[in-house]
Design a binder for this molecule. Sequence first.
Ligand SMILES: Nc1ncnc2c1ncn2[C@@H]1O[C@H](COP(=O)(O)OP(=O)(O)OP(=O)(O)O)[C@@H](O)[C@H]1O
Ligand SMILES: [Mg+2]
Length: 449
Amino acid sequence: MRKPKDFTMKGLAERIGEIERVNIYGRVVGVRGLMVEIAGPIHAMSVGARIVIETGVGRTIPAEVVGFNGDNAVVMPFASLDGVRRGCRALVASASDKIRPAAAWLGRVLNALGEPIDGKGPLPQGSTPVPYRNSPPSAHSRQRVGQPLDLKVRALNTFLTCCRGQRLGIFAGSGVGKSVLLSMLARNADADISVIGLIGERGREVQEFLQDDLGAEGLARSVVVVATSDEPALMRRQAAYLTLAIAEFFRDEGRDVMCMMDSVTRFAMAQREIGLSTGEPPTTKGYTPTVFTELPRLLERAGPGADKGTITGIFTVLVDGDDHNEPVADAVRGILDGHIVMERAIAERGRYPAINVLKSVSRTMPKSADPAFLPDITRARQMMATYSDMEELVRLGAYRAGSNAEVDEAIRLNPVIEDFLRQAKDEVTSIGDGYRRLQQIVNTLATES
Ligand SMILES: Nc1ncnc2c1ncn2[C@@H]1O[C@H](COP(=O)(O)OP(=O)(O)OP(=O)(O)O)[C@@H](O)[C@H]1O
Ligand SMILES: [Mg+2]
């Protein structure tokens, strides 16, 4: 006969202790490229479930179920497949696709699995588990984009004002200065916390970014997630999810978080690699359909929260061969609330940050700009546009000074505006300083002419 049920704490604890811990195992039956097929208790596996493959020589390889093929589960590893043989045991791990962030994670550097890689000892765990892949707050429960956020970069503050909870993309070819701009924002912008995802970076660059660009002071107010280019696609993708998950944790604590990702293109490439190996059809530039469904799911997670906190998202996009119409750039531009375009020609002139103000857009402008300075901003933009139209002619010497007063002004003003837009890595200017300096420039123009 069964014992009568005991619902006291002690009784319950005993009953939990009585539950048999079952380990469910499958077996490796095939390896194809990056994919491992597992036969066995297929009913216990679902897409996204965690599997641990035991190679039998003391090495275990975490993996994730990405699909099914006939009677087998298809899994993708988080590490290299060295040592995997047919018949290896594969443990179906209890679904633990969650992490437990804590305030003590500030100043730390983690890998995609949320493990510390900075040699500063174990990572304290928080009390609430948060999922790697969360859904964004529903559209109607979200707050509106908040007050202007002082990014401490003149060119952005004045011409492309960013608000708390806004999502901006930085679009540029390789080596044009994306990472440096990102580090300036991470160090100085007026947010409570930065969460930085370095996705698919070169290993050498990670240390350079942490030590030279971010520095000890920047790191102290940041959490950095790293997956270098040599890590498996699943790790690179997971690192992007983890970055957003940590940002969401701090947002739900009511903080204004700046979430940065360098770069979204590498996330898309990781998703492409995963898609292609699971048999998805390639479309433009080999990108698979899931790339374009995953991108909005990832980027939408940034933004204002349902309550107090916000996530301001800054995402870099590598535009291959400086082609600003390549598919990932196009898709990302459509999802975000603004784009910052950086140009090689400007960087080659030595004007950093190499932002092309005329080609960049912040969709919260002009509402977010200080109305008192709006006429100055508009005037300066006009001058830049006029100069940009005439630039070729001026350079060729085909423009005769005096033929058009507006063009003459634009030519005179050009070096001053260039100077205004130039900002050294370690220079910090507030939004107010930027406005006043721009006003001065526009005023001298008015008095001189
Ligand atoms: N504000 C700046 N002041 C001075 N130099 C800068 C500035 N921004 C960028 N640079 C120069 O440009 C170089 C490349 O910058 P960065 O590494 O940020 O480019 P990137 O776009 O991230 O490149 P990649 O695509 O290779 O990651 C830097 O090493 C530095 O010399
Ligand atoms: Mg870079």
